[in-house]
Design a protein around this ligand. Structure first.
Ligand SMILES: C[S@@+](CC[C@H](N)C(=O)[O-])C[C@H]1O[C@@H](n2cnc3c(N)ncnc32)[C@H](O)[C@@H]1O
Length: 279
């Protein structure tokens, strides 16, 4: 097993992370180095890891060095130590996202969500996923939900657990669709998952609630491709850097009458709650 670490200047770290997550969707280990630089690391067998030219392109001018090392036989323990449960709280509700090897916490009123950190993005650890979950927790269900770019299915499963039904999860990657189906089954909730390419497949499926934790270019593509029925009543959009949030809010307001109701920020990342102006 190989540990592939990429070290970058702290000032550019969040931008590099956004690019890296495209290459390593199940997440990267993040370490602050004593000299102030930031290290992102992924683990895998050779051949499964992102290619060096892709990593160099992702880091662009921020790259300081790339370091590969063989990991001990206990790499699986290191992998487990890296994936810890994450608790998200809002509106008096608590959601705890945990990997399967961590026990459920029997705390009262806690919603338990199990996600296997396998091939797909979305363990709940990334700020954009957490911000989406935080906004979702405060909403009262008014029907079905569509999750655009579902990754591991974490947002879809949370929506189903909170009473949004039916839930449709879409992603262009087969691994994400498979991970979502498996994770939904492990959580005992009904989620339909299907492949859909947001860049190519035209107007996107919609429902009263649309979840879209995507990067800026994809969100703008969704705003321009539009919805296959009337726009959602509510939409949570994330995957955005703070300075990109106004552009996305404007795009959905202008094209679909979806107005900003809430904005959450964590570090460099932002998430928006948009609502149809007529409700
Ligand atoms: C930032 S991850 C979000 C995953 C999960 N929803 C979460 O919140 O943790 C973005 C997801 O969008 C998917 N994606 C990227 N480009 C896409 C496209 N053109 N069409 C559909 N899905 C896409 C990726 O495969 C990835 O699973």
């Amino acid at each position: 097993m190989i540990r592939l670490a990429i070290r970058v200047a702290a000032a550019d770290a969040e931008l590099v992370l956004a690019e890296l997550l495209e290459l390593a969707p199940s997440g990267v280990e993040e370490n602050e180095l004593p000299d102030g630089r930031v290290e992102y690391a992924v683990y895998g067998a050779s051949g499964e890891l992102p290619a060096l030219p892709d990593l160099e392109a992702a880091a662009s001018g921020a790259l300081v060095e790339i370091v590969t090392s063989e990991v001990d036989d206990d790499w699986d323990q290191q992998w487990k130590a890296f994936h810890k449960p994450v608790s998200i709280e809002n509106g008096g509700r608590v959601l705890r996202v945990r990997p399967p090897w961590e026990k459920a916490d029997s705390g009262a009123d806690q919603i338990d969500l199990v996600v296997d950190p396998g091939q797909a993005f979305g363990t709940g650890a990334h700020a954009t996923t957490r911000l989406c979950l935080e906004l979702l927790l405060a909403l009262e269900p008014v029907g079905g939900c569509v999750d655009l770019g579902c990754g591991s299915g974490v947002l879809s499963i949370a929506a189903a657990k909170l009473g949004w039904m039916p839930v449709l999860a879409v992603d262009h990657e087969a691994e994400s669709v498979e991970a979502t189906i498996a994770n939904a089954a492990a959580n005992g909730v009904a989620v339909t998952a299907a492949r859909f390419d947001l860049r190519r497949d035209g107007p996107v499926p919609t429902a009263p609630l649309v979840l879209a934790n995507l990067l800026l270019p994809l969100l703008l593509e969704v705003a321009s491709a539009g919805f296959d029925q009337e726009p959602p009543r509510l939409m949570i959009a994330s995957g955005l850097l703070v300075e990109q949030a106004d552009e996305v809010a404007e795009a959905f307001a202008d094209a679909h009458g979806l107005l900003e109701r809430d904005r959450r920020i964590s570090g460099e990342w932002a998430a928006l709650l948009l609502a149809r102006h007529s409700i």
